[in-house]
Design a binder for this molecule. Structure first.
Ligand SMILES: *[C@@H]1O[C@H](CO)[C@@H](O)[C@H](O)[C@H]1NC(C)=O
Ligand SMILES: *[C@@H]1O[C@H](CO)[C@@H](O)[C@H](O)[C@H]1NC(C)=O
Ligand SMILES: *[C@@H]1O[C@H](CO)[C@@H](O)[C@H](O)[C@H]1NC(C)=O
Length: 432
């Protein structure tokens, strides 16, 4: 009897603790003003959960659920079974069409953190006919570098750059990282037709097939895409004065505003985005041509040289695939800049960081409308649902375009039956 009392007490005590914890979670959720979906079963009225509305509707009576519910590890060990790893991580291991197979792409991805986000980006753009050069910031932790190398070891067309820089925001090292990868890529046996650069916070909007079609369309056939214009007066200081990278952390003016000499060969400097799609002959020109090399040397002590180097070369008529009259054309990247609020977009639903929007879930409809190849930026630590949802949507589109039989492991979602008496809401993109 006493024992029973004890058991009863323990039970009541546990129940009490549970209620306390639940209330604490509830109040915390309320405070942070993010309505979390209830995790307990409920037959009461359903609060509107955050859903991935951009997904195509599931069959009547069904809803989408992620297939990778069991928490898979993105840490890869040396000697892993690569076949198993490719399928566990949902990599698509066959070309999805003849058209894509005949137009291989090269990618340069510069990363420094967040292994999981990188793996998800890689699997979104991965195709066996393409080739991928990964530049890992030399400052990154050793375990991170090892994990990336182990992963790359499972794919014959993914490799880590031979030379990896300590990358500084707005510094020459950022440009050097791309050039290091280009030197490796021209030696690759893959006959790639375009090279595209990405950073770890990018994610594709278009599928590989759409990229291939876009590059082969009348506007970009045999042409490099480097959106930009003649250097505006507001950007003149970037190349008029000398700058240097300080302690690998930031870029600062050198001395007391030391002036730089004029650009070599009387080149007119342009200004634009650091993102591009470049033809192979152009990349060979960049690596071999005297004018290109002289401009690179001259750019060493400028501010954010990756925002003038590519676009300047691409406005020279000697450069293969150049676009001398080109301006901001080319949907390379969807970015919500703070100063374009009210003009190009109606505000950031996530959060601005350095005047660039880190996307929230409600930014996705805008992103899809831009028709850009890629979007920047995503942060899984602050706004995980945005990437979760875009990732599922993107994979749906990829598989819809496929002209070969679809392997079950390629799917990121499955349809599960909605039953009235069980869980009827879930944050899409999550497991329950
Ligand atoms: C939760 O927040 C809403 C307003 O956001 C408020 O009306 C409500 O009283 C709060 N509930 C609790 C239990 O604090
Ligand atoms: C790797 O895993 C696959 C699928 O489970 C299996 O068929 C294959 O034999 C394994 N390979 C090695 C080398 O263990
Ligand atoms: C340099 O270029 C400008 C226009 O781009 C031209 O007017 C000038 O004559 C050129 N100078 C030399 C030395 O070639």
């Amino acid at each position: 009897m006493v024992q029973l009392e004890n058991t009863k007490c323990s039970f009541l005590f546990c129940l009490g603790i549970c209620i306390l914890i639940c209330s604490a979670i509830y109040f915390k959720a309320n405070l942070s003003n993010t309505p979390l979906p209830p995790t307990v079963l409920s037959t009461q009225t359903t609060p509107a959960p955050k859903t991935c509305d951009i997904l195509p509707p599931a069959a009547p009576g069904f809803k989408w659920q992620r297939t990778d519910c069991k928490k898979i590890s993105y840490e890869t060990k040396p000697g892993a079974n690569c076949t198993l790893l490719q399928s566990d991580l949902h990599f698509i291991m066959a070309p999805l069409s003849r058209e894509e197979k005949d137009f291989p792409l090269a990618f340069i991805i510069t990363i420094h953190k967040e292994l999981e986000t990188f793996v998800r980006l890689l699997r979104a753009i991965y195709a066996p006919q393409n080739v991928y050069c990964i530049h890992i910031d030399a400052k990154a932790p050793e375990e991170y570098k090892t994990s990336v190398r182990n992963l790359a070891g499972c794919f014959s067309n993914v490799f880590v750059a031979t030379v990896n820089e300590k990358v500084t925001y707005a510094g020459f090292s950022r440009l050097q990282a791309d050039i290091n990868c280009m030197k490796d890529l021209v030696k690759s046996p893959t006959k790639w037709k375009r090279v595209i650069n990405l950073c770890g916070q990018d994610f594709p909007i278009q599928t590989n097939l759409e990229l291939v079609r876009y590059m082969q369309g009348t506007e970009w056939k045999d042409r490099n895409m480097t959106p930009g214009i003649k250097q505006p007066p507001t950007m003149k200081h970037r190349t008029e004065f000398q700058y240097e990278e300080v302690k690998g952390t930031h870029v600062a003016p050198k001395g007391k505003g030391q002036k730089k000499g004029p650009p070599p060969h009387n080149i007119t400097i342009y200004f634009g985005t650091a993102y591009y799609s470049l033809t192979r002959p152009f990349v060979e020109f960049v690596l071999k041509d005297k004018v290109a090399k002289d401009l690179l040397e001259w750019s060493r002590d400028t501010f954010s040289p990756d925002e003038h180097y590519w676009v300047t070369l691409n406005h020279m008529k000697e450069a293969p695939g150049s676009y001398v009259e080109g301006g901001w054309e080319g949907n390379v990247r969807a970015i919500k800049w703070r100063d374009q609020e009210g003009k190009v977009h109606q505000g950031c639903k996530g959060q601005y960081i350095r005047d660039i929007c880190v996307y929230g879930l409600d930014d996705l409809p805008w992103l899809l409308k831009t028709k850009s190849m890629f979007a920047n930026k995503f942060e899984t630590a602050s706004f995980p649902e945005a990437l979760d949802c875009l990732e599922l949507w993107h994979r749906h589109k990829v598989l819809r375009h496929a002209t070969v039989p679809i392997q079950p492991s390629w799917r990121l979602t499955t349809e599960v039956e909605v039953m009235n008496s069980t869980v009827i809401f879930s944050k899409t993109g999550e497991c329950f």
